[in-house]
Design a protein around this ligand. Structure first.
Ligand SMILES: [Ca+2]
Length: 219
């Protein structure tokens, strides 16, 4: 009897220890694992802007808003944009070499020296309206887009490795330039986290500037 008591007591004690001590530690470990594997999806530097927050806009680039004046039956407002507004170069408004005009500039700040990934939430009209020219600061122009998803909002990544995306800590200027008409740009995102894949409307980290819808230029 005494021997059995001696043999079973440690097991009972172990179960009590496991019940009262290991379970809380188990919960803490699960929380830590969630933090390690989920939170870093948003880790790293992350700058997301509304495209319509551009400071300088030259027609035929313009801002369109769901609650703004109807700009054209030929080129109606598209719903589903973050902030209900976006930049656009309306279909039929022209593009280089016939029309060299049309750009928007957006200032942004990154918090560290890093190689960044550039994503844009885009709406393309068709294969003749699926690209933009861009510059960052004084870097060489590059072509963005040319994918084949049309007539819906979707995220497009600059896949090609660009030295222009090796950014130093501080302020930079992105210029979006007319290359093809029939394009819409909703949000712009820079991140140094290659694991971050934007889905839907992303959280904006830069407050949009007051939006001025250009009512004077219609098709
Ligand atoms: Ca937007």
């Amino acid at each position: 009897m005494t021997i059995n008591t001696i043999k079973t007591s440690p097991n009972i004690l172990f179960r009590k220890i496991r019940g009262f001590c290991f379970r809380p530690y188990f919960d803490i470990i699960i929380c830590l694992l969630m933090f390690i594997f989920i939170v870093p999806v948003r880790a790293g530097d992350y700058v997301c802007m509304e495209a319509e927050s551009a400071l300088n806009i030259e027609y035929p680039m313009r801002v369109a808003c769901e609650d703004g004046d109807a700009v054209s039956d030929k080129w109606p407002i598209v719903t589903g944009a973050s902030g209900s507004c976006y930049l656009e170069i309306p279909q039929g408004s022209g593009n280089p070499p016939e029309i060299e005009k049309g750009y928007a500039t957006i200032k942004f700040i990154v918090l560290k020296d890093a190689t960044y990934h550039l994503w844009c939430r885009i709406w393309w009209a068709d294969e003749c309206g699926n690209s933009l020219t861009m510059t960052i600061d004084d870097g060489a122009p590059f072509t963005f887009g040319q994918n084949s998803t049309f007539k819906c909002w979707h995220w497009v990544k600059m896949k090609r490795r660009l030295s222009q995306l090796d950014l130093s800590k501080g302020a930079h200027v992105l210029k979006i330039i007319n290359r093809e008409d029939g394009v819409r740009i909703d949000q712009i995102l820079f991140t140094d986290n290659h694991k971050h894949v934007p889905v839907g409307k992303e959280t904006v980290t830069v407050l949009p500037a007051p939006i001025v819808v250009n009512k004077g230029n219609t098709l």
